[in-house]
Design a protein around this ligand. Structure first.
Ligand SMILES: NC(=O)c1ccc[n+]([C@@H]2O[C@H](COP(=O)([O-])OP(=O)(O)OC[C@H]3O[C@@H](n4cnc5c(N)ncnc54)[C@H](OP(=O)(O)O)[C@@H]3O)[C@@H](O)[C@H]2O)c1
Length: 253
């Protein structure tokens, strides 16, 4: 059985903790974090500590703290023999101080209070030492059916792609919601459309899935939309996206 310590008590730490709690191959021996209130929720199931000088011994230490704090937190683990990993898509593996270091990046959007099936979540692993990859693969396979060994360069690009696919899309949902609310319409009206948009790219390419005025080259409809927009940023985004879409399909129009 692999023993692990989770450092951090936020979104990813909680989701990982819940997933490992269901596994027979992995035992979470301790959760470490600076926030006593957040630590309390783990106290019935494992040891907890808010003292980074009192981290227990384990096979793997998973640092799930905000990106900018990873390097500093890893300094508390330099004397440990186990593998030290972080869970970020964007941070260098070498920002970890430990010589036995790696990355354990779950490619999903984790939010408090939203339960997820970890089995289908890709876990991207990377390690400095070959022996560590074997351990990280075991750790990943204990909770997911999709463990991938990737390079640092690939992870950075994957994270960039994920920002476009998730973070920016979600921001666009927010704009859609505000436009609906301006007219007293419920955002619920858009939900079937949002689901279909996500579902159709499971079977056809994003290029083939594109529809809308910019895809068709309907200039009058585009101008009508621009006339309706009052917010300068929304106008800029609408224009930018329409131009980008038009460019992809201009030869077909
Ligand atoms: N959320 C996602 O969808 C997602 C997906 C994949 C990977 N990740 C990666 O997972 C990591 C954690 O993200 P998250 O979404 O779980 O973040 P989060 O919910 O904001 O939690 C951040 C955690 O970091 C702790 N922290 C912040 N600054 C610290 C410091 N200076 N020293 C010690 N602890 C500190 C916070 O403690 P306090 O409560 O005291 O502030 C909190 O426990 C990040 O590297 C992120 O890139 C996130």
């Amino acid at each position: 059985m692999l023993s692990i310590v989770i450092v951090g008590t936020g979104n990813v730490a909680r989701h990982l903790f819940n997933a490992f709690a269901e596994s027979r191959e992995v035992k979470v021996v301790q959760v470490v974090g600076r926030n006593k209130n957040c630590l309390e929720r783990f106290s019935k199931m494992c040891a907890i500590s808010n003292d980074f000088a009192q981290i227990a011994t384990a096979d793997v230490y998973i640092i799930a703290v905000k990106d900018d704090a990873i390097a500093k937190v890893s300094q508390s683990l330099t004397s440990k023999k186990g593998i030290v990993v972080h869970t970020s898509g964007a941070v260098e593996m070498d920002s970890l101080e430990s010589s036995n270091r790696g990355v354990f990046y779950p490619l999903q959007t984790f939010t408090m209070g939203k339960t997820l099936d970890f089995k289908s979540i890709p876990i991207c692993i990377e390690a400095k030492q070959d022996t560590a990859i074997t351990v990280l693969r075991m750790l990943g396979e204990a909770i997911s059916d999709k463990v991938h060994e990737i390079t640092s360069a690939q992870r950075k690009k994957l994270h960039l792609a994920a920002v476009f696919a998730n973070n920016f899309t979600n921001h666009l949902y927010r704009i859609s919601e505000s436009i609906c609310l301006e007219e007293g319409l419920s955002f619920e009206l858009l939900q079937p459309l949002i689901l279909e948009t996500a579902q159709k790219v499971q079977s056809i390419t994003p290029k083939d899935a594109q529809t809308g005025p910019a895809r068709r080259g309907d200039k009058k409809s585009i101008q009508n939309h621009l006339n309706l927009l009052k917010d300068k940023k929304q106008t800029e985004l609408y224009t930018l996206f329409s131009e980008a879409i038009k460019k992809v399909y201009e030869e077909e129009l």
